[in-house]
Write a protein of this length. Sequence first.
Length: 329
Amino acid sequence: MFSKDIGIDLGTANVLVYIKGEGIVLNEPSVVAIDSETKKTLAVGTKAHEMLGRTPGEVKAIRPLKDGVIADFDATEIMLNHFIKEVNGKRLFSRPRILICCPSNITQVEKNAIKEAAERTGAKKVFLEEEPKVAAVGAGLDISKPNGSMVIDIGGGTTDIAILSLGGIVTSASIKVAGDTFDNDIQKYIKDKYKLLIGDRTAEEIKFRIGSVYPNVRKEKMNVRGRNLINGLPYTVTISSMEVEEALRKSANTIVNKVKNVLEQTPPELAADIINKGIVLTGGGALMVGLDRLLANELKVPVIIASSPLTCVVEGTGVLLDNINLIDR
């Protein structure tokens, strides 16, 4: 029996697990399916995600994390337990040290809840670190020097914005406008304009296939099926990229304005560094077509998408586990 360090990106949309010396060993949706009558866990991760919006009455497919924090403590514990056992199964680790990433600006109570859930899985020691800092490290930024670096980490539940220098966060903000908000915006737009009810998975598919947040970047169309709110029957409409851009405009501008606020609070020397180096976009939301152009256009600062935005945070845990001195204890 031997111990290995484990890094976990506990995201609203996905959970990624990194094992020191092995790299990323797990990447699954943050979903748990539970039988509401017997309280028995039926599925976790990918299998549970396939059940979203398709379950019979007694089966509940739930996302235990909402807006980057634990919404259902029991389900989060079940999910963490399942994933740690899954990666531990073939390796027979003794009690590992675990580094978990959480959004900046969450309360101490929420931090304690995440820590408790991990400790109950049998961890020897649990470290918590703020997502934007870990994302910056995972994106290859050297945050240990006295230079300003800026990262915008757009996940499923939150957008975390941070200015970093000398290994720590100088200025930061976290808003509950991110990937899930974009999905909700698309659902609401289609419901209001076409009186058509669509599910979360359909909205997400529209976002990826034809969505953008910058005018005229995409000019595509897509047939969307759902339930007609007037007669209750299945119905199909055709949606264009232009309509999706219109649906997402308000939320995209909310992110832009929050980034402006953070830049306004930044010491001038660090602001000068950011103009030279640019802003790095990480997280699944970084893949939203046109977002880099929108931010660059509004902020007049270069915006770079990280080479692997979806895995930046969990790759950052690997770097920090090798440099424990950089972790806030």
